[in-house]
Design a protein around this ligand. Structure first.
Ligand code: HSE
Length: 430
């Protein structure tokens, strides 16, 4: 019998418990696939008494997770604590400097300190693997490291947050507004009590930062991402989108431009004819455009016990086999320090929805503001009539630079007949 891979797990929440279950349930299969048994040696978590529905007989309990980093009977530390700093960061760094391999699902940590941690791993010739950090059960990091490694990535984009996708899908299906759907999702346990990481786009931005690093061979640059969440998306805009042949999705997108690497997370209108428009509910999807392979799309569950445990265990099998690739595909000291392409230079089409007083001359003033910035209108529609109140007016533009659109918008927002802050959503052409 070959020597087992000895595993220590820090964090026994939903994902940690899932990993323990998967290791137990598929022990024989994993030993075959990994070339040796995968043996859980020790665990550490905040509460020992919490009910978890897992069998930890024969597994050592460490009160202090940092003890896993230096334990002589552990080869790989699985960090499932979460958070960009604090104990999770200390555990990962100490494990690597102590010569352990590290598997982590911690997107926040990688988004903020990924390049530095990858360099530490390489210095010690240890594996740093994080399949579970991006899009849960979708093996997208492996796809970039392995199956697509021969390509130059031209562009990537994806639905990287299941909570937002669930909320947007439910808003569309029921016609209800954001606050109502969010409250229901929280009551049903689909959204966190503090939903800001999800609905403000931060979780998706963490994942995008990690994906961009792996896809473009660049130092992870979370600070360079333009981030907007979904709080301002209304069911009215969702309905208008459908009328115009689009669906609203929170996307993370990255590509190289002449200014650097453009990374953005925000609500987008995507054509109904594209596959990503039909990824609904809690599902995630990632699209990679490679120069030789063309367009590839991966979809699956982006969160949850089974999918995330599946991704963690895939990394453990790589460690068992000694499959060793640089964490971000190219060696850490060769990761390029690319500037963030400024959002002002982004070029694309736009959807703008105004609430305006229904009287002659309003549209002319709005189109005058657009013409002044040399923005070409693609379509315009008004629904309903009102003698006294406001009516929605929707305009879509041809491709224009964001800076020009912003200037026009500032002008339009100040018009007397415009009743509330205009809603602006970028239209993506794929
Ligand atoms: N909260 C995330 C989501 C899953 O809703 O997709 C973990 O990153």
């Amino acid at each position: 019998m070959k020597t087992p891979l000895r595993i220590g797990i820090a964090g026994l929440g939903t994902v940690g418990a899932g990993v323990v279950k998967l290791l137990a349930e598929h022990g024989r299969l994993l030993a075959l696939r990994g070339g040796r048994p995968l043996k859980l040696v020790a665990v550490s978590a905040r509460s020992r008494s919490k009910k978890r529905d897992i069998d930890l007989a024969g597994v050592r309990w460490e009160k202090d997770p940092l003890a896993l980093a230096t334990a002589s009977d552990i080869d790989v530390v699985v960090e499932l604590i979460g958070g960009s700093g604090g104990i999770a960061r200390r555990l990962v760094q100490k494990s690597l400097t102590s010569g352990k391999h590290v598997v982590t699902a911690n997107k926040a940590l990688l988004a903020l300190h990924g390049a530095e941690i990858a360099a530490q791993a390489e210095k010690k010739d240890r594996i740093l693997a994080f399949e579970a950090a991006v899009a849960g059960g979708i093996p997208i990091i492996k796809a970039l490291r392995e199956g697509l490694v021969g390509n130059r990535v031209q562009r990537l984009y994806g639905i990287l947050n299941g909570t937002c996708n669930y909320i947007l899908t439910t808003m569309r299906e029921t016609g209800r507004d954001f606050d109502v759907v969010l409250a229901e999702a929280q009551a049903a346990g689909y959204a966190e009590a503090d939903p800001s990481f999800d609905v403000d786009g931060i979780d998706a931005a963490h994942k995008l930062a990690v994906l961009t690093g792996a896809a473009f061979g660049a130092r992870v640059n979370f600070g360079g991402i333009h981030v907007e969440g979904i709080r301002r998306v209304t069911s009215m805009d969702i309905q208008f989108a459908e009328e115009l042949g689009y669906r609203i999705k929170l996307l993370g997108l990255a590509r190289e431009t002449k200014y650097g690497i453009e990374q953005r997370v925000h609500p987008c209108m995507v054509p109904l004819a594209t596959p990503i428009a039909h990824i609904e509910g809690v599902f995630n999807a990632v699209v990679i455009d490679g120069d030789f392979v063309g367009t590839t799309m991966f979809q699956g569950r982006g969160a949850g016990q089974g999918p995330t445990a599946s991704a963690v265990v895939a990394d453990l099998v790589d460690v068992a086999r000694g499959r060793h690739m640089p964490a971000f595909v190219v060696p850490a000291d060769r990761l390029a320090d690319r500037p963030a392409s400024p959002m002002d230079r982004h070029v694309g089409a736009y959807y703008m929805r105004l609430m305006v007083q229904d009287r002659p001359g309003v549209i002319s003033a709005v189109s005058g503001a657009l013409a002044k910035e040399r923005i070409s209108l693609e379509s315009m529609l008004q629904r309903g009539r009102s003698e006294s109140g406001e009516v929605p007016v929707v305009l879509t533009t041809h491709a224009t630079e964001e800076a020009a659109m912003r200037r026009a918008l500032a002008h339009i927002a100040k018009l007397k007949a415009v009743a509330e802050e205009p809603c602006l959503i970028r239209i993506e052409a794929f």
